[in-house]
Ligand binder design. Structure first.
Ligand code: BGC
Length: 350
């Protein structure tokens, strides 16, 4: 009898209590934590370091998230290796800012083979089965720049400085540029006298291209449409050497601090502001939802050559000296002190 009781007792423990023990262990803190791997093409440009901090801060605020970051210093091969490493570390979901839109396709294959969903963050991974695209509308970025340039330089010679040719966004921005400019080229109002790529978004190349364009055209250039504030800064440097800074329309994107300063000082004309905190939050929220298998709200789809990728696309804004305070400073992106640092205090806006 005693032995029977012992056997029944053991069975009770195994059959009735064991599942609770397993369940309880599934609820402990460690296994509840969602591990998000983030693979940056580079962290050497202002926006990406800010986004890393924003994503980490937001994850901290939400709790229960561990973030693992890798950055590839603009080297696509290194990025693939680093992503492989994140996959081996058992992340639940992978956020990729690809250096190379094509070469990063293997990251998606490898992650999927390990059952890990992938988010293309800001930059598309082309011809791949990527799960979701969290970005801004880069064609619209290019259109905003060109519309602004045409309003301020309706005739004359244009220089175009495109970003890195392996970055899908550089192509989209250019597509947007030409959506607006082509009709003015065809109508004979403007002439594009130089149209160049800048490898890995290199400001050094942008400087070289601008110097060459100025020399070849005897400094007769009315607008420089650049794909990013870092390229705009280089163009302004070339203009300044010819005492032309402030006389030529110069566009950019990202609202980097130095660009916002140049805008209120009058040497850069405009930038396209993309609210990075909206994107960073969307990135973390989407990653969480994917990891937990929850429904995600998309704004639309974007084709990447393989499929229509569900996309989350926050709004963007053209910024010049007239709305710097409203959009950038009141929006909390940069402080008044930082943007107007080189402007005498009595000339600061109210
Ligand atoms: C991003 C831009 C950024 C550029 C250079 C692009 O893919 O969309 O915001 O300025 O890369 O890093």
């Amino acid at each position: 009898m005693k032995r029977l009781k012992a056997v029944v007792g053991l069975l009770f423990v195994l059959v009735v209590l064991a599942p609770f023990a397993l369940f309880a262990s599934g609820q402990d803190e460690g296994s509840e934590t969602v591990k998000i791997g983030i693979s940056f093409g580079t962290l050497q440009q202002e926006r990406w370091t800010r986004e890393r901090e924003m994503m980490e801060a937001y994850a901290e605020e939400l709790g229960g998230i561990e973030i693992l970051v890798q950055s590839a210093d603009s080297d696509a091969t290194m990025q693939n290796r680093q992503a492989e490493n994140l996959i081996t570390q058992g992340v639940d979901v992978l956020i990729v800012i690809p250096q190379d839109a094509e070469a990063s396709g293997v990251i998606v294959e490898d992650a999927h083979a390990a059952g890990i969903p992938v988010i293309a963050y800001d930059r598309m991974i082309n011809n791949s089965d990527v799960d979701i695209y969290v970005s801004f509308d880069s064609v619209k970025v290019g259109e905003l720049m060109s519309e602004y340039a045409i309003r301020n330089a309706p005739t004359g010679n244009y220089v175009i400085l495109k970003g890195g040719p392996t970055d899908n966004n550089a192509h989209l921005v250019y597509e947007g540029n030409m959506n607006v400019l082509q009709q003015y080229v065809d109508g004979g109002d403007i002439e594009i006298v130089s149209d160049q790529w800048c490898e890995n978004w290199s400001p050094e190349e942008a400087l070289q291209h601008t110097e060459n364009a100025l020399t070849a055209n005897n400094n007769d250039v009315q607008a420089i449409v650049t794909g990013w504030d870092g390229l705009a800064g280089a163009a302004i440097q070339a203009l300044a050497a010819e005492r032309l800074a402030g006389d030529v329309v110069v566009t950019g994107q990202d609202a980097d601090l130095s660009a916002c300063q140049a805008i209120v000082e009058g040497t850069q004309t405009m930038t396209v502001y993309k609210p990075l905190s909206d994107l960073a939050r969307a990135g973390v929220e989407t990653a969480l939802a994917l990891a937990k298998g929850e429904q995600i709200e998309y704004s639309g789809t974007v084709n990447n050559g393989f499929k229509d990728v569900p996309a989350v696309l926050p709004e963007i804004f053209a910024v010049d000296a007239t709305n710097m305070v409203d959009v950038i400073i009141d929006g909390g992106f940069h402080s008044m002190e930082a943007v107007y640092a080189n402007v005498p205090r009595d000339q600061w806006p109210e």
